[in-house]
Every structure is written in structure tokens, then in C-alpha cells.
Design a protein around this ligand. Structure first.
Ligand code: 23J
Ligand code: MN
Length: 259
């Protein structure tokens, strides 16, 4: 009978009483990428070219070259991604201390509202009523916004672009300010980016990016399986590539959940 905390965790992983839930979307050339107004440079999605596949180019090995924007699919936003975080210390994917890639998850579920209003936003009142039930969001937690947006199939439904830009849920500026006050590691969402589709029109524009990255915090976009997490109690690990001067990277996001 083992007693140390990590031995207990190893046992729990072995017997299934702690489950590893994959919060990551598949990454392929079909993975949708955020669409910005055409005056701005677009970010390329994934492309793959075979280097060799058990052939003359490499008789016993298969491998590919990949090309992609840093912010493709399930990905991590580092503080340097936004101009508000450009001057902070340890603001790049290679300089963030690894300790900050791991934390408890607080999951706030607004999926019922999203079903009625694609543009619905998490508000200060939503956070306060969640905290009245589950306790204060602890410092060093990931705040994950469950919207069930990841259940949308296909690029058009996922990006949901209209004449007036994209429509998808996100955060009210006041809610992001409160989360920064709570000292979260960052925010995670099911949509293509951490900000709402209409966030270019907010004050400040793109408040999740502006305030989270501007206070040295992170973003996780295009998450899935948030409906498999409890409101509190899961541990989330989201470590980007150690890309020197990187503004973000695709990431495999894992949650440890007690069953
Ligand atoms: C660049 C400009 C605006 C946005 C974004 C990137 C993202 O959502 C992102 O992936 O960081 S809103
Ligand atoms: Mn991003």
C-alpha cells in the first residue's frame, strides 16, 4: 500500500479512479483558423508534406514536415501575443515557468444561454453566482468557459461568420477584470479564440486578450470535452512548445478528473 501523494496518483491512474480527459481537438488541414478582416494578415492553417514513408526517401521511416500558424486549433496564447503583454517579463512560450502550465480547473457553464444567443458573454454576475455555489476561484486556477461550442460540426458552423463578423460567445470586459483579480493562470474556451466573435467592438477591443495577456496570463482556445469536467476538482495541464520567442503554440491539453 503506497502512501505518498504521487504513488496514490499512480495507483488512481492505474485503476481508473483518476481519468485523463483529453481537452484537445484533432489537428488537421481542415482545422478552422480565425478569420480577421482582410486588411490584416491571415494565419495559415495546418499543411503537411511527407518527407518519407518507407520508400526511397526513407526506406524504414515515416515522417512529415508541418507548416502552421502558432494559433491553430487547440492552442495556447502567451502574454507576448497581445501588445498589452509585449513588455512583460517571461512573456514567451520558452520563458514562462513550467509551474504555470498546471493548475486546478474552475468550469463555468453558460451552454444553456449559448443555445439561445450565440453572442452571449460571461458576466461578473455569472462569476459571482458560480462562486456563491462553489467558492472563490482560487489563485493559479484555469478558468474554463463551457459553451458546448465544440459540438458544432464543420468550419462554417464553428466560425459562424455573418455579414457583420463572427458570432460566438465569450467574456464581458468586467468578467475578465474580475478573473485577473482572482489571479487565474488564464482562461480557456471552446471557440476559435478566447474573445467573443463580436469582441472587436467591445471596450476595450478583445478584452480577453487585452486583459489576460496584458496581466501576464494565458489563453487556451478550441478546447473540447469541457462537458466531461466537474465545476471544480479537475487538474489541467496545458504546456505549449518551448518555441523561442513564441507567441503561442498548438498544445495538447489534458485534465485529470476523479471518478
Ligand atoms: C489575432 C487577432 C485577434 C484575435 C486572435 C489573434 C486570436 O483569437 C488568437 O488566436 O489569439 S481574436
Ligand atoms: Mn490565440
Amino acid at each position: 500500500m503506497s502512501s505518498s501523494l504521487l504513488s496514490q496518483l499512480a495507483d488512481a491512474l492505474g485503476n481508473g479512479s483518476v481519468e485523463v480527459v483529453d481537452l484537445t481537438q484533432p489537428l488537421s488541414p481542415e482545422t478552422p483558423v480565425i478569420e480577421l478582416p482582410p486588411i490584416f494578415a491571415p494565419s495559415p492553417g495546418l499543411s503537411m508534406q511527407v518527407i518519407s514513408q518507407y520508400n526511397d526517401a526513407g526506406p524504414a521511416w515515416y515522417w512529415n514536415t508541418i507548416t502552421l500558424g502558432e494559433h491553430t486549433g487547440t492552442h495556447f496564447d502567451a502574454p507576448i501575443h497581445w501588445i498589452t503583454g509585449a513588455q512583460l517579463a517571461n512573456n514567451t512560450t520558452d520563458t514562462i515557468p513550467a509551474r504555470r502550465f498546471v493548475g486546478p480547473a474552475c468550469v463555468i457553464d453558460i451552454s444553456d444561454r449559448v443555445a439561445e444567443n450565440e453572442d452571449t458573454l460571461l458576466t461578473v454576475e455569472d462569476i459571482q453566482s458560480w462562486e456563491a455555489e462553489h467558492g472563490l476561484i482560487p489563485a493559479g486556477a484555469w478558468l474554463l468557459l463551457r459553451t458546448d461550442w465544440s459540438k458544432r460540426q464543420g468550419r462554417d458552423a464553428f466560425l459562424n461568420a455573418g455579414e457583420d463578423g463572427p458570432h460566438s460567445p465569450g467574456f464581458h470586459p468586467g468578467a475578465v477584470r474580475l478573473l485577473a483579480e482572482r489571479d487565474v493562470l488564464g482562461v480557456g474556451v471552446e471557440t476559435v479564440g478566447t474573445d467573443a466573435g463580436q469582441a472587436a467592438t467591445f471596450d476595450p477591443p478583445f478584452p480577453a486578450h487585452n486583459i489576460m495577456q496584458g496581466s501576464g496570463r494565458f489563453g487556451l482556445a478550441s478546447l473540447t470535452n469541457l462537458d466531461r469536467l466537474p465545476p471544480t476538482g479537475a487538474i489541467v495541464i496545458a504546456a505549449p512548445l518551448k518555441l523561442v520567442n513564441g507567441s503561442g503554440s498548438p498544445v495538447r491539453v489534458l485534465a485529470l478528473v476523479s471518478r
